[in-house]
Design a protein around this ligand. Structure first.
Ligand code: ADP
Ligand code: MG
Ligand code: MG
Length: 207
């Protein structure tokens, strides 16, 4: 029921697959309210994460998460690289050298990942960023600590989807989209969408 190193590595591979499948969609979303590079940025980053886990074979969930963090920080530019890198780094620090992660730990990991994004980017809920997908996911995870990890992750992913969809009417107050002011309303935030996709990848195939 718990989440092992193999589960985390498999989830990272699914992240790379899902991001690759949605690369063009993320590029188009970012074209509407940004600079059209979000899909390319993340695709390059997660492809590098897969190469890194292939060559290093991390021995703990924390080592796998840390490898993802350092790879994303070094390979992905722009806003999203450092933000997702920080999220994975905080996640890695939170799990420490645990061999398996149970549901309460996964909820803590998600909270720490979001706190890292907020510490780095200073966005609040409603600013039309990835935080709008992460925040409801954390709350859903924190109310699902009595169920198996797979169920917790599914609840978090569903909440992230709803949070991402709710960014459409918002006016962006952080990041590149904020330069558009009111004209940013009526578009899905690309980072909220990628957070939804990544949490969906973590939830998919998890026991
Ligand atoms: P850039 O805007 O530098 O080209 P990306 O296109 O890769 O970077 O990422 C854009 C996404 O990053 C946005 O859609 C938003 O979700 C997220 N983002 C931007 N700034 C912040 C911030 N300060 N806090 C949280 N998320 C942010
Ligand atoms: Mg961009
Ligand atoms: Mg850019």
């Amino acid at each position: 029921m718990a989440c092992t190193t193999e589960d985390v590595v498999a989830a990272l591979r699914r992240c790379a697959e899902v991001i690759s499948e949605h690369r063009d969609e993320l590029v188009e979303l970012d074209r509407e309210i940004g600079d059209a590079d979000h899909g390319e940025n993340l695709n390059r980053g997660f492809a590098a994460v897969v190469s890194a886990v292939d060559s290093t074979m991390p021995e703990t969930p924390g080592a796998a998460l840390k490898l993802a963090a350092t790879t994303l920080i070094s390979k992905v530019g722009g806003a999203a690289g450092p933000l997702y890198g920080t999220a994975f780094l905080r996640a890695a620090t939170t799990v420490g050298d645990a061999a398996e992660l149970d549901a309460p730990m996964v909820a803590k990991v998600l909270r720490a990942a979001m706190d890292g994004v907020v510490a780095r980017g200073k966005a609040e809920q409603g600013d039309k960023t990835m935080v709008d997908a992460l925040h409801p996911a954390v709350l859903a995870a924190e109310s699902a600590t009595e169920v198996p990890v797979g169920e917790l992750l599914k609840a978090a992913a569903t909440a992230a989807s709803e949070g991402a969809a709710a960014t459409v009417p918002l006016v962006a107050r952080k990041g590149r989209a904020s330069y558009l002011g009111e004209r940013s309303a009526g578009h899905l935030d690309p980072g909220a969408r990628s957070t939804e996709l990544l949490l969906g990848a973590f939830a998919g195939g998890q026991r």
